[in-house]
Design a binder for this molecule. Sequence first.
Ligand code: OOB
Length: 556
Amino acid sequence: MIPAIQKWPEELAARYREAGYWRGETFGAMLRDRAGRFADRTAIVAGDTRWTYAELDARADAVARGFAALGFRAGERVVVQLPNVAPFFSVVFGLFRAGILPVFALPAHRSTEIEHFLTRTEARGYVITDTFEGFDYRALAAEVRAKVPALGHVIVAADDAGPFTPLAAVEKHDGPLPEGPLPSDVAFLQISGGSTGLSKLIPRTHDDYIYSLRGSNEICRMDETSVYLGALPIAHNYPMSSPGTFGTLHGGGTVVLSPSPAPDAAFPLIAREKVTITGLVPPLALVWADAARTTTHDLSSLKVLQAGGAKLTPEVARRIQAVFGPVLQQVFGMAEGLVNYTRLDDSEEVVTETQGRPISPDDELLIVDDDDRPVAPGTPGNLLTRGPYTIRQYFNEPEANARSFTPEGYYRTGDIVLLRPDGNLVVQGRAKDQINRGGEKVSAEEIEDHLLAHPGVFDAAVVSIPDPYLGERSCAFVIPRKSVPEGAGLRPLALKSWVRERGLAAFKVPDRVVFVDSFHTTAVGKVSRKDLRATLRQRLLEADAAEARAQTQEKD
Ligand code: OOB
């Protein structure tokens, strides 16, 4: 088994410890401590379930013992794919306590992604729910288990486990606890948004992640009176740690889980549980602002409404503030580490116009041109970063590591930003070949590879195009192979189904498919995929604009 490690150079690690960022605490110990201090306070609310800190702590112990009894050992990996349900926390804190690494799959992931996570991490365990939003995860598990023989245990954290093991049968309420991990050990693997091929896995340590929680809590003024609404899928890094559900537990507050981020599910919970903070992606923030105008639910407990994961335009920021008042906070972060926030006492101008500044005084930012030379102050450039909670390497990806990190250990974020004299960042664009679909990240290359696998497709290029609601959506340019029957009659819908049926998350299915005869590249072979995607995108935008003009003229 390949060990998951995350290491900083010794002198930097020493500095991060000396500065008090890394305090030698593990997640298992963190929960134990909070259970001691806040035993009877409510930790988790989900549907009719309410768990106190003492109860969550005991359940995490039972999960830790249970996985040890199944033969899982420290350092092993278990893919966890759960929606916003209470057992998410007993399972992951139980695994943390046993030193077993959860791999955080999203509920939207399907067989191809899950198979990749299982095989890449050599996971012998997979934790799912029974059904969620009409989808049966037991059928998904059966499908992947047939393809991944090393997957020994499928555990269902719900009542009807079907052919698999119910979580209740795994939990062990007595016996010795497995020996816990070290604070410098990797605690879990997060999923990268991905810009080349498949999602990479991000090893985060107890020390570094807990520091990011403590820093986030200070900025967001979290404490034991805080009530965080988990509205986005809680396995994602943003609602997990910025400050998210884990930050809330770090602070001794209450996590309230909403099965959906839609106002009709979330607003009654805000009113009933007196939610003080939640995190949304920009398109949802806009939906909330519209719904809040006419709602009968009392939303006045909300002190912080976060927008992050994708660019919030100043225009939308102002619309949100017009309805909710001065509660808006922008969050610009990445699962690889660095998180920036606007501060709660920032001016309205900073909150609406910028994506804030880093958590840590030791977050080092470089803004460089394409040759890694620093740009002139105030001009946009590629953001590179290193610091006490930003990774130095992906898990088991020698080639991607060489590309994604500089020799000095800076992570290449792929984001194009401008650093203002006041220290705040403004995200201006992206250099990486990714589509940010309202916070959900799609790698252009990954989708191109699936399109190219279609017998009727000669070539494909996937690009982002502007979308008034999502910010961006995906468009696939496809050259059909007309010499074969599969290519001659190819239709957009058929290609969309093709991608979906290859076992991919629905958000990765191209929103639009445009057939072209050729990519019109002047010097074939000389043009990079990146330039090709940019050219195609530009051409489409011009064609769309021309068509819109023609239509208005017709009306006139
Ligand atoms: C968050 O994490 P990821 O890993 O899903 O995506 C990171 C990427 C960033 O590199 C950037 O391209 C984009 O998402 N992004 C934003 C943004 N927040 C993230 N682009 C513009 N404005 C923003 N506010 O998305 C994530 C992780 C932790 C906290 C918040 C977001």
